[in-house]
Write a protein that binds this ligand. Structure first.
Ligand code: NAD
Ligand code: IMJ
Length: 256
């Protein structure tokens, strides 16, 4: 098993459709044990229900990533339960709904700040806070990104700019943490119908387009993302850091 006896922390499970949940299931199947964090108590019940379906104990703790004290608390909680960490999964993004429609140019200062805080800075924040739990061991950190960081996608707007900052953070964190044997990578996933895609205008059209044009002629399945995540979290990817791997059935290679 690729993650036998490895300990991890997962940020970003909201429900059974979450990419983070698919990653957690795949990691558990490879022998990992994890702490789950959830954004608000409103999500706590469903996250604890999902956690209970995994073998062994999966401690769960509230963690609003907008709050540094909440991050420190989740790390302290993890230290008490596990003593150390081998991996971290960050699958978190947020922008105000109003910023995800119309022209990018209409982005407000506060909307820009919030999108960058939650969608980009929090990865650096959790890397910094969790760093002591990796002391003396190798580690792997991953985050989730989207092609809107590299190219213009209608309505993705300030999220695309925040994802570009997130991808740059992956490279800087990889350089900071490489000397202590911690790798840092991102998965750029194709469009998947999750809570973060709910209510996005024309999302079904984007899925149809992806399916008809992607080299593999299919939509991205959450389990495809999860299997790449397991690879990146495992020693199999020991030579890879600072990388953004596209798991999108090849869509990103297209010009038109
Ligand atoms: P999701 O809604 O299930 O997950 C997003 C998570 O972010 C939720 O669990 C939510 O609670 C969490 N979150 C938001 N603000 C937070 C805060 N302040 N503190 C703590 N947690 C907070 O949707 P998803 O599609 O699984 O998204 C996971 C990641 O995948 C995101 O980074 C998203 O940008 C990325 N991604 C999604 C797609 C897609 O098409 N669904 C494609 C590429 C990348
Ligand atoms: C999101 C907006 C516009 C276009 C989009 C998306 N496309 C895809 C997404 C084409 C695939 C989903 N995605 C990659 C995201 O990162 C979504 C982030 C997100 C979604 C919401 C919806 C609800 C809300 N705020 C959000 N903030 C971030 O209020």
């Amino acid at each position: 098993m690729l993650l036998q006896d490895k300990r991890g922390i997962v940020f970003g499970i909201a429900n059974r459709r979450s990419i983070a949940w698919a990653i957690a299931k795949a990691a558990a199947a490879e022998g990992a044990r994890m702490v789950f964090t959830y954004q608000t108590e409103r999500l706590g019940e469903s996250v604890r229900e999902l956690a209970a379906t995994l073998p062994g104990e999966t401690p769960c703790v509230e963690c609003d990533l907008a709050n540094d004290h909440a991050i420190d608390n989740a790390i302290q909680f993890t230290r008490e339960r596990f003593g150390h960490l081998d991996f971290l999964v960050h699958a978190v993004a947020f922008a105000r709904k109003e910023e995800l429609e119309g022209d990018y140019m209409q982005t407000t200062r506060e909307g820009f700040r919030l999108a960058h805080d939650i969608s980009a800075y929090t990865f650096t924040a959790v890397a910094k806070a969790a760093r002591p739990l990796f002391e003396g061991r190798s580690g792997s950190l991953i985050t989730l990104t989207y092609m809107g960081a590299e190219r213009v996608i209608p309505n993705y707007n300030v999220m695309g700019v925040a994802k570009a900052a997130l991808e740059a953070s992956v490279r800087y964190l990889a350089n900071d943490l490489g000397p202590v044997n911690i790798r840092v990578n991102a998965i750029s996933a194709g469009p998947i119908k999750t809570l973060a895609a709910a209510g996005i205008s024309e999302f079904s059209k984007i899925l149809d387009h992806h399916k008809s044009k992607a080299p593999m002629r299919k939509n991205t399945d959450v389990d495809e993302v999860a299997d790449t995540a397991v690879f990146l979290l495992s020693e199999k990817s020991r030579g890879i850091t600072g990388e953004v791997i596209h798991v999108d059935n090849g869509f990103h290679v297209l010009g038109v």
